[in-house]
Each structure stands twice: as structure tokens, then as C-alpha cells.
Ligand binder design. Structure first.
Ligand code: EPU
Length: 497
């Protein structure tokens, strides 16, 4: 019987308790060494079909939502990745029982006895913060750390906290922790709250809280992301009454109790998007399923604009072709611009991968990041002396001659100015060649894999734990498509030295 901490899914169910060793909890599912690397020999040509895993971000939200429910909740198609493992550990640290088997997770939170989350576990993932809503709503109190996760900007939680206050919670910041409780031992009460920005996480926190508040809640300017829709579906199946998911206004009729239900996690639109870009950057043809095309329509439009041929083979299967002979006139892919924005706009979680693709197109492109303030970290320099770093806010990046970072080490030519970048295509100075690079966050790491697939020669990617937070079996999936990619662990590494 395997322990969940290793997430090697055992054929038989096993039960997590909160008493197991902390050292186990910090292990990643796909081997355990912090200093394992990916080694890619390019350029690759991909072919074949891949299966898209369940959505990481939907799974995280639904796992948090199981805290709202009496009895057991059963989630199918949960990806085997370290972020999910960290979330399961958070639930366990609260006293929930979590079982994992065959891609399913069963959670029963009836035994939750603590309201203070294991802070070390919580700092690992942003999604861990989402437990604040269910904890206050069902148990009347929550103590959580300020969130961790990818290094993509300041990522404040003010909207979560102000929204909870609008539902009657008392919320204070103490010693880096957020302490929230309901007033006078009463539960949350329905209210009105308008989000200044359609934050996905704040929308999810408030949906969970309002589902158990006394009375009706009206939330406006909420996120319309598919993960919000998935959460609403799960909560409604569990007895909640939420209307408007997918629009910018939610009306929620609070219920005194929700009951665990069963749910199949929808496919991960960002993983699907990453593989679509993999086909494009390697000028290959691959198919993938399951995909919900409407959730990746913005990317379909952009790749089509570049010259890729994307066809819907059946309801949940897409084929992406960028084989030169197959696109009109046989010209190479053309550059295009993107600006990230909330759904249905271009997803910020595909911005780094698109940047890698654009270095292989013809022409130059403008990429603008409008969701996170530091997502250009995969290209902005970290090599500056600290005296210069502090000056970055007042000196235009153009004066610094756009010092390159990881993608540039692979031969990309990119100029960054604040939260936008000009990406020069292959006829404008970019020429991808293998090199040694470091993943600094999940999606930036994925962009390095894509660039490595397209680059001539060998690329070594370090700090792959960032990538394994969010992509299930990425090496095996790429190998099955014909890529020459390996995951090397320290013994094999040392034999290379
Ligand atoms: N924001 C605030 N105040 C808040 C909350 C957010 O100002 O209280 C701002 C953030 O600073 C940011 C913007 O709103 O500039 C968007 O943040 P949002 O809250 O929408 O993002 P999130 O909930 O923290 C989720 C995903 C991210 C994804 C974003 C945007 C999860 C666990 N994470 O984060 O996924 O990028 O929505 O779509 O659902 C990833 O998978 O790699 C990832 C980072």
C-alpha cells in the first residue's frame, strides 16, 4: 500500500492521516530530488496523441470546497502533481481524511478539528489560501498564512479579506497570518460585494463562504474563468445554490449545510494549451483529448493567425498542425501579438509559452502582461547588482539594454519594458540553441521545455520542481510524442560529471 505522499497511485485505496512524517510530505510525486533536471535534445518533431490531465486549478478549488461538505466528496481525474499533494496535506493537517486511488481523491472533512492551517505546507501553494472561505463558513474560524506559490508578482489577498468582511467575518492580520472569525459566534451573513478586479481566487473564496452564509449574497465583477464554473458546479451538486457562474455576477443563496458529492475534474486548459504550443514550436502535428475547445478558443485564434491548422476531430479532441507543408503557402509561422487578460481573454498562464513560440516565428511581436506584475521574470534579468535592481523602478528597462535571462540564454532575442516585451522572431535575431537554464516558476519553466524542444542541441533545465508542481507526467507525455527528453536524477547526473 503506497502512501499518498509519494502519489504513486496504488491500485487499492489508502488513507491519509495527519500523523505521518513531514519529510514525506515535502516529496514531489515524480521522484523526489530537488536537484533533478530535464535534459532535452532538439530540435524535436512530435507526432501522435496525448491525454490531457484534469485541471490543476479546478482540483485545488474543489479540494478546498470539500471542507464545506458533510460526508465524503469524491473527485475523479485529479492530476498527480505536487501542488495537489500539498493541498491534500493542508486538508490532512486540519483533520480531514483524504484517500487517493486511480486518479481519484475522496475527502471527508467531518473530523476537521483545527482551524489553523499547517503554515509551512500552506506557504507552498497559493491555492492553499482558498481554505479560508470554507473554514470560516463551516467552522466559524480560520488562521491561514499569507499565500505562497509561483513568484509572479505581489499577489495580494485584499479582495478575499474585504469580501469576507462584507459577509460579516472579522478579519485581522497578525504575525504574517490572516485570522478570521465570525462575529459573536454567529455564522456568516449574506451580503453584497463588488470585486475591484475579477480575481479568480477571491471569487472562489467568496463563493464557498457565501454558499454557507445566512441569506442571499450578490457578488459582482467576479472572475468568469472556467475554474469558477467548475467550482460552482461542484458546490451546486453538493447542495449549494449559485447562479451566474461564467458571467460577471453571482447570486448565491446560502445553505446551512452542504453534502459531499462526486465530480469529474474537467481537462486542464493550460496543459492543453502548452501542448498546442509544443506542436506549433516544433512545426509538428499532434492531437489531444479531452479538451474543451471553448476554454482554449483564444489560443486557437492566435495559433490560427500564425498559420497553424487547428481542427476539432470530435467533441473533445483537437488536432494542431504546424507542419510546413500543411499550412497555407508553406510559409513559416508568422508572429502575432498578445495581451493577457481575464477569461475569455488570453490566459496569463500561457504567456511565457507563447513567448517561446514567437522567437521561432517570422517578424516581431508585442507581448503584454496585464494580470500579474512580475510575470516577465522568465526574461528580465536577475543578474543585476542589487543597487541596480532597486533602481529598476525608476530607470526604464530600455536603458539597461534588455538584459536577457533564461529564454535569452537559449538564443531568444527579447526586449522587456516593464510588463511588456518585444519578441524578435527567427528572421530578427532569435535563434534557439541548447543551453543550461533554470526554471523560476511553473509556466516559465514550461516555456523553457518548449524552447528546448525547438532548440538545436542539448538543453538542461534545472529547478524542475517548479514545473512538476503543475504538469502531470510531462516527460512521459513528451516522450510518447517522440521528444528526446529525460528526467535525470542525481545518481545519473553525477555519472556525467
Ligand atoms: N489580486 C488582487 N487582490 C486579491 C487577489 C488578486 O489585487 O485579493 C490581483 C493579483 O495581484 C493579480 C490579479 O488580481 O494581479 C489576478 O489574480 P487572481 O486572484 O485572479 O489569481 P489567483 O487566484 O491567485 C489563479 C490561478 C493562477 C492564474 C490566475 C489568473 C489558482 C490556484 N491559481 O490565481 O494559476 O494565473 O488565477 O488566471 O487557481 C498557474 O496555474 O500557473 C497559476 C499561477
Amino acid at each position: 500500500m503506497a502512501l499518498f505522499c509519494n502519489i504513486i497511485i496504488s491500485p487499492k485505496p489508502f488513507v491519509l492521516s495527519c500523523s505521518y512524517q513531514k519529510t514525506h510530505l515535502s516529496k514531489t510525486p515524480q521522484n523526489t530530488k530537488q536537484d533533478a533536471i530535464f535534459k532535452i535534445k532538439g530540435p524535436a518533431t512530435l507526432s501522435g496523441h496525448i491525454t490531457i490531465s484534469g485541471s490543476k486549478n479546478s482540483s485545488l478549488a474543489l479540494l478546498a470546497a470539500t471542507l464545506c461538505c458533510s460526508g465524503s466528496s469524491l473527485l475523479h481525474n485529479v492530476p498527480n502533481i505536487s501542488d495537489i499533494q500539498a493541498m491534500a496535506s493542508i486538508l490532512c493537517s486540519l483533520g480531514a481524511k483524504v484517500e487517493s486511488f486511480d486518479g481519484k481523491m475522496m475527502v471527508n472533512s467531518d473530523g476537521v478539528g483545527k482551524i489553523e492551517v499547517d503554515l509551512e505546507e500552506m506557504r507552498k501553494i497559493r491555492g492553499g489560501f482558498f481554505v479560508i472561505g470554507p473554514l470560516v463558513a463551516r467552522f466559524g474560524e480560520a488562521v491561514v498564512a499569507l499565500p505562497g506559490g509561483c513568484n509572479i508578482g505581489k499577489r495580494p489577498v485584499d479582495l478575499h479579506l474585504r469580501g469576507l468582511r462584507a459577509l460579516g467575518a472579522v478579519v485581522e492580520l497578525r504575525d504574517g497570518k490572516v485570522c478570521a472569525h465570525t462575529a459573536n459566534g454567529k455564522g456568516l451573513v449574506g451580503g453584497r460585494f463588488r470585486l475591484d478586479y475579477p480575481s479568480v481566487g477571491a471569487t472562489e473564496t467568496l463563493m464557498m463562504a457565501a454558499s454557507m452564509a445566512d441569506g442571499i449574497t450578490l457578488l459582482s465583477n467576479v472572475a468568469k474563468e472556467p475554474e469558477v464554473v467548475d467550482l460552482a458546479r461542484f458546490l451546486n451538486d453538493s447542495g449549494a445554490s449559485i447562479e451566474g457562474a461564467g458571467s460577471d455576477t453571482l447570486v448565491i443563496w446560502g445553505k446551512s449545510q452542504l453534502y459531499g458529492s462526486e465530480c469529474v475534474i474537467r481537462p486542464d486548459r493550460i496543459e492543453a494549451g502548452t501542448f498546442m504550443i509544443a506542436a506549433a514550436i516544433t512545426r509538428s502535428c499532434i492531437s489531444m483529448s479531452p479538451v474543451i475547445p471553448s476554454r482554449v478558443s483564444c489560443l486557437i485564434d492566435k495559433l490560427s493567425e500564425a498559420g497553424c491548422k487547428i481542427s476539432q476531430v470530435d467533441q473533445h479532441t483537437l488536432r494542431v498542425s504546424a507542419v510546413p507543408a500543411l499550412y497555407p503557402g508553406g510559409d513559416d509561422l508568422k508572429s502575432f501579438g498578445i495581451k493577457t487578460s481575464p477569461f475569455p481573454g488570453f490566459p496569463t498562464d500561457l504567456q511565457p509559452q507563447i513567448m517561446a513560440l514567437l522567437t521561432t516565428c517570422t517578424g516581431s511581436s508585442l507581448v503584454e502582461e496585464s494580470v500579474f506584475d512580475n510575470r516577465m521574470s522568465h526574461i528580465i534579468t536577475c543578474l543585476l547588482p542589487s543597487s541596480m535592481k532597486s533602481a529598476l523602478s525608476i530607470i526604464s528597462f530600455s536603458l539597461l539594454l534588455w538584459i536577457a535571462r533564461e529564454l535569452q540564454k537559449l538564443g531568444a532575442r527579447i526586449q522587456v519594458n516593464g510588463n511588456s516585451a518585444i519578441v524578435f522572431g527567427k528572421d530578427k535575431g532569435s535563434s534557439l540553441c541548447g543551453s543550461r537554464v533554470i526554471a523560476r516558476d511553473l509556466r516559465g519553466g514550461a516555456s523553457l521545455i518548449l524552447a528546448g524542444l525547438a532548440a538545436k542541441g542539448t538543453t538542461e533545465i534545472h529547478k524542475i520542481e517548479h514545473i512538476e508542481r503543475g504538469y502531470e507526467n510531462i516527460v512521459t507525455k513528451l516522450q510518447n510524442l517522440g521528444a528526446d527528453i529525460e528526467r535525470l536524477t542525481p545518481p545519473s547526473l553525477s555519472s556525467l560529471l
